[in-house]
Design a binder for this molecule. Structure first.
Ligand code: UTP
Length: 293
């Protein structure tokens, strides 16, 4: 069945980005000139998604504002013949249909996804975490949709990380069934290295059947009092097969200041209109990298 809808949870508190997140939602922080949200929406649209459901919270109205038309600005840019800028202004709203649901309290990722139950309805959907930015063409979601069709099941994006850092991530216990594809037996959040079943760590892209909502409704709060999506998926595994897929592409963590800096540098070096300047900026710091040369 075609994946038509994407849920993007964006109601968290963004504490790792304080103080800026006191007024600017983390999901609107930019890589170069576009908010994180815009990158993940473009990735979803490329994969055939027709409707985006953003889960937001009171106080984060700036997110919905970003998708409103700007008639005065558009008129001004059109009159000035600024076609490229005009295209930038209309790009977000033109990407696809965007709807919003509210999560009144940040009770966890699982709870945020549950808030989208009515908006999703009775069909499989994709959950996208906007702070996981993935650079690749075709995008990670397109790749996952193919795997989901082949296996006729839900899919979670994973990447291999060094064992030394495995305790920072959600980890899958899984058995490899094809190239890059693993059948999931279990999931564990931030295990100590000795207890980690693998070094395949969960990245913020999930294709899920609608039955996940029933399980989330019955999921008890876990770590930090939050309703975890991984706990809901663990229950789902009792009745539904799920596969972990090692996507092609580089994941950047846009949810931390240094992760966002790294993403910004990588994207700036790759983008035609910024690469030259980005390189020359890096060269300015050459002597800081290795002061003896
Ligand atoms: P994160 O844990 O990365 O976001 O959740 P956070 O909680 O906002 O950030 P920190 O840890 O305090 O710095 C991943 C995504 O899930 C959303 C966040 O907005 C983010 O996009 N989320 C998280 C919700 O929508 N609701 C929640 O209750 C928790």
């Amino acid at each position: 069945m075609q994946i038509r809808k994407a849920v993007i949870p964006a109601a968290g508190m963004g504490t790792r980005f304080l103080p800026v997140t006191m007024s600017v939602p983390k999901e609107l922080l930019p890589i170069i000139d576009r908010p994180l949200l815009q990158y993940v929406i473009a990735e979803a649209v490329e994969a055939g998604v027709e409707e985006i459901i953003i889960v937001t919270s009171p106080g984060k109205e700036l997110i919905s504002e970003y998708f409103q038309p700007r008639p005065a600005l558009e008129k001004h840019l059109a009159a000035a013949g600024e076609d490229q800028l005009l295209a930038k202004v209309t790009a977000a709203a033109n990407l696809t249909k965007v709807n919003f649901v509210l999560q009144h309290e940040a009770l966890g990722l699982g709870h945020a996804v549950l808030m989208a139950k009515d908006a999703v309805g009775d069909e499989p959907f994709v959950v996208i975490l906007p702070d996981d930015v993935i650079a690749h063409s075709p995008g990670a979601i397109s790749q996952m949709v193919q795997v989901s069709e082949q296996m006729d099941a839900g899919v979670i994006a994973v990447e291999v990380v060094p064992w030394e850092v495995v305790h920072n991530y959600g980890v899958v216990a899984a058995e490899q069934v094809a190239e890059r594809v693993h059948k999931i037996d279990g999931l564990i959040e931030k295990p100590p290295r000795e207890a980690a079943p693998s070094n395949l760590t969960i990245v913020g892209r999930y294709i899920l059947p609608p039955q996940i909502f029933g399980y989330l409704e019955n999921t008890q709060p876990g770590a930090k009092g939050e309703i975890q999506l991984t706990d809901g998926i663990l229950d789902l595994l009792q009745t539904h097969d799920m596969y972990a897929y090692e996507f092609s592409g580089v994941r950047f963590d846009g949810g931390t200041p240094m992760g966002l800096l790294r993403a910004s540098l990588a994207f700036a070096l790759d983008r035609e209109d910024t690469s030259e300047e980005a390189l020359s900026i890096l060269r300015e710091f050459q002597d800081r990298i290795d002061p003896l040369t």
